[in-house]
Write a protein that binds this ligand. Structure first.
Ligand code: TYM
Length: 332
């Protein structure tokens, strides 16, 4: 079976609709066809300041959300990144193969560093994409389900795999991004020209899956649209309406064309009201599932420990090949 690896940061109290529709929705589906490795990337989370107590809490809540979305720990290795030391070990090796300028061209780094100022931005923020490459390559992943904003990081992972293979002999699978075009970028509800983002969106621009469903419904109903009337998918001219149609289509499985004809002659208010209901119907049972996983922390921690053990079996095999290829003496 081909392998899949993906991760999500525990940097907010809840995943948002962009995380879900852009990436997480694919995770359970891929369990049918792939050997799947899914993790909460706590190492990546500390590239910006985190409160230890909050980080611990969010890591568990993240894992519970993944379970609530259908990640099945019997079929997937579900784990916490810091439980598998091979990620950081491989990351060091890959850092030594990454150009300083190459890392400096990563747009997410440039954006975050510009926001924080170069003196406050950490070296970890700079090497973040290399650790991500290690995450992927250490499992020999064939495919990586992510949203559009991760494309450049995936490209770096591919380049590093190829570079290593070229220099030391074929060692790594060169991973493919698995980006579903229709939902690759979900936009902010208040400013539909920018992506929905936990760090940049205003509270009304972002739908958090664990937020009170009534509040989320209200956010949908007050989403920014244009002054026209027609409900058609036209991202350039009608960014707000198009974003709502994308979300509606993804949550219901109805095609955008089908929605367009169903709403012909109706108003934006009708569309928003119906989408708000669809969203609440999705969110409410999801939250119940998440809460039930969080009711038994001991069991949750056990699931994560099992996942890490499974992950380590694969990761340690790759790492020992890598160490050998680059000429490290085996510790006999
Ligand atoms: P993170 O935690 O920022 O986001 C998790 C996933 O959500 C996707 N996403 C979106 N998709 C569509 N529209 C949006 N508005 C939107 N916002 C977020 C992201 O593309 C991502 O797939 N660097 C990664 C975490 C990571 C990782 C990895 C991913 C670490 N190691 C290895 C894959 C493989 C990140 O920050 O994702």
């Amino acid at each position: 079976r081909p392998r899949v690896l993906s991760g999500i940061q525990p940097t907010a109290d809840s995943f948002h609709l962009g995380n879900y529709l852009g990436a997480l929705r694919q995770w359970p589906k891929l369990q049918d066809t792939h050997e799947t490795f899914y993790m909460v990337v706590d190492l990546h989370a500390i590239t910006v300041e985190q409160d230890p107590k909050v980080l611990r809490e969010r890591t568990r809540v993240s894992a519970a959300q993944l379970l609530g979305l259908g990640v099945d720990p019997d079929r997937s290795a579900l784990f916490v990144q810091s439980h598998v030391p091979e990620h950081t070990q491989l990351s060091w090796v890959l850092e030594c193969l990454t150009g300083f300028g190459e890392a400096g061209r990563m747009t997410q780094f440039k954006d975050k560093a510009a926001k924080q100022g170069t003196d406050r931005a950490s070296v970890g923020l700079f090497t973040y994409p290399v650790l991500q490459a290690a995450d992927i390559l250490v499992y020999q992943a064939d495919a990586v389900p992510v949203g559009e904003d991760q494309r450049q990081h995936l490209e770096l992972s591919r380049n590093l795999a190829q570079r290593f293979n070229h220099r030391f002999g074929k060692t790594f699978i060169v991973p493919e991004p698995h980006i579903v075009k229709d939902t690759a970028k979900i936009f902010d509800l208040q400013d539909p020209t920018v992506k929905m983002s936990k760090s940049a969106s205003s509270p009304n621009g972002i739908v958090e899956l664990l937020d009170d469903p009534k509040r989320s419904a209200k956010k949908i109903r007050s989403a920014v649209t244009d002054t026209g009337r027609e409900i058609v998918f036209a991202p350039e001219q009608k960014a707000g309406v198009s974003n709502l149609l994308t979300i509606y289509s993804a949550l219901t499985g109805r095609s955008v064309e089908d929605l367009e004809s169903a709403y012909a002659g109706k108003g934006y208010g009708d569309l928003k009201k119906d989408l708000a209901e669809v969203l609440v119907e999705f969110i409410t049972p999801f939250q119940e599932r998440v809460n039930s996983y969080l009711d038994d922390i001991a069991e949750l921690d056990k699931v994560l420990a099992r996942g890490a053990e499974r992950a380590r079996q694969v990761a340690s095999r790759t790492l020992s090949v890598v160490y050998d290829r680059i000429g490290f003496l085996p510790p006999v």
